[in-house]
Design a protein around this ligand. Structure first.
Ligand SMILES: [Zn+2]
Length: 293
């Protein structure tokens, strides 16, 4: 999960004008008559800041809907942004769920239901395969429940959720805990996005593996943990510094690595971890508990 700058290097309105003049497209010449309505749709999408409660769908003739979807699948020369958004994001963490993969594009408002936005740059968000596992739900029953939009929702810059690790040991119980102030007006939107996007990924499996690795070889969580920290505060400082590094490396406070590390800063867990380092016979960078191999 991450806030991104929208693809402002591309002029969607000018592209529509150029498409309308392209005699090789199946929608020539009928697209021209629809261009004002499509442009109006784009303007109100931005005015509504991509909020799925506020964006109004625009009815278009079925052949035009089909042509816009076909242009997304096979972009003509007027639409270089489609491949550029995809390519520029490949190495980044997923702005929708925080995984370490990207490289596909997600129509934030799905093109099946909103064909008017099928090629609209502000509706094309880089994503990982959470693109196909997320539900098609965009809003919930509560008027504040909605999917977050990486191009508009500044809250995505904040730390929104952390790992909640309980039953410390070889088989912990791991869930996701909101990190946002419970009185924040966007709490319902964040919870909705968590339930409909993040919870449907493999994040819990990732967190379990990270936990197992920490128990097996502590330096896999933070290099400085190769040796036992001198004090509980030193352990906290090492984990905090590593969290800061991971936030910075991935340009996101909600990348899955940071979700894990932030969860380790929970007081009862810090107590347990520090005690594990003090266990008699612990060998440097060795297993923190019996059986962690
Ligand atoms: Zn994702």
């Amino acid at each position: 999960m991450n806030r991104l700058d929208p693809p402002d290097y591309f002029d969607d309105a000018a592209a529509l004008d150029a498409l309308a003049l392209n005699t090789r497209l199946k929608c020539y010449p009928s697209l021209a008559a629809q261009v004002p309505a499509i442009k109006a749709g784009y303007v109100q999408y931005v005015a509504a800041m991509g909020n799925s409660h506020g964006v109004v769908n625009i009815a278009l003739p079925v052949p035009i809907q089909a042509q816009l979807k076909a242009l997304y699948a096979s972009p003509s020369k007027e639409l270089p942004h489609i491949n550029r958004i995809r390519e520029e994001s490949e190495a980044n963490c997923c702005p929708m769920c925080g995984s370490f993969h990207s490289g596909t594009l997600d129509h934030l408002l799905p093109k099946a239901d909103y064909p008017v936005f099928a090629i609209f740059g502000h509706n094309l968000v880089p994503a990982c395969k959470c693109n196909s596992t997320r539900t098609n739900l965009l809003t919930g029953a509560n008027p504040h429940e909605r999917i977050l939009h990486p191009y508009f929702d500044d809250i995505l810059r904040e730390r929104l959720f952390v790992a909640q690790i309980e039953d410390f040991g070889l088989v912990p119980r791991i869930t996701l805990r909101p990190a946002l102030d419970p009185f924040d007006p966007l709490v319902a939107a964040v919870s909705f996005h968590m339930a409909n996007v993040v919870d449907r990924t493999s994040i819990l499996r990732y967190l379990r593996t990270s936990w197992t690795n920490l128990l097996r070889r502590p330096s896999l969580a933070a290099a400085e943990l190769r040796a036992a920290p001198a004090t509980r505060q030193a352990l906290r400082d090492i984990l905090t510094a590593e969290l800061d590094r991971q936030d910075d490396t991935h340009g996101s406070r909600n990348n899955w690595r940071s979700v894990f590390l932030a969860g380790l800063l929970d007081d009862p867990l810090l107590d347990w971890l520090f005690a594990a380092f003090l266990r008699p016979g612990w060998a440097a960078d060795g297993p923190l508990i019996e059986g962690a191999v």
